[in-house]
Design a protein around this ligand. Structure first.
Ligand code: PCA
Length: 204
């Protein structure tokens, strides 16, 4: 059985719940395709989120990493194509707000996801879930964590697939927030499971 590190994030900014947190907690310990899932929740913290991801990689020694993040306002499930070596944007949960900073001094300007993003989108559409590839993960914590996972894989473990999946708000969050489109929690979780099945099938 292969190991998949599946990460989510805690709530941040005016998003009072983060649907990714509940998904990783519920999928933790489950088996999907050939993968046993190791679910972990990361902080929204420019200083430590990347380090937390690398610690979890060292701890679980996964064959693949999928990180999840909330993209409040998006209507579709969006596998990310690329992570860039930039930290910038809104303040994190500790009030830090880097401007135009690099994530890794020695890192490449950008890394492409090594997950089968096209196949994931195609399969999501087949099962009736709206999806498209996203060509930007932004410059906030999601991009940061995606970049760190890909940088680690590129420099230390080339066989480890790594990438990121942005998901829409859950109904629970949309009710609290008031101004964002949403999916049911069950559909969000199903979409994540479908992407893991595609990853597993891609390697079979
Ligand atoms: N989404 C944010 C950070 C945490 C999360 O779930 C992002 O898109 O960067």
């Amino acid at each position: 059985m292969k190991k998949l590190l599946l990460t989510g994030f805690e709530p941040f900014l005016d998003y009072t719940v983060n649907p990714t947190m509940k998904i990783v907690e519920e999928l933790n310990g489950q088996q999907i395709g050939d993968y046993k899932i190791y679910g972990e929740v990361l902080s929204v913290d420019f200083m430590s989120s990347g380090k937390q991801l690398l610690e979890q990689i060292e701890r679980h020694q996964p064959d693949a990493v999928i990180s999840l993040g909330l993209a409040g306002g998006r209507y579709k499930m969006t596998p990310e194509r690329i992570a860039i070596n930039v930290k910038d944007g809104e303040p994190d949960n500790f009030g830090n707000q880097p401007v135009d900073e690099t994530i890794e001094e020695q890192g490449e300007p950008a890394y492409l996801s090594t997950l089968p993003v096209r196949e994931m989108v195609n399969r999501l559409l087949e099962v009736g879930l709206p999806a498209e590839i996203s060509n930007t993960a932004g410059t906030y914590l999601c991009n940061n964590v995606m970049y760190e996972g890909l940088h680690y894989a590129a420099t230390q473990r080339p066989s480890m697939k790594s990438g990121f999946l942005h998901i829409p708000a859950s109904h629970e969050l949309a009710i609290q927030h008031g101004k964002i489109p949403s999916w049911s929690h069950e559909d969000l979780k199903k979409g994540v499971a479908v992407c893991i099945e595609v990853l597993s099938a891609d390697e079979a």
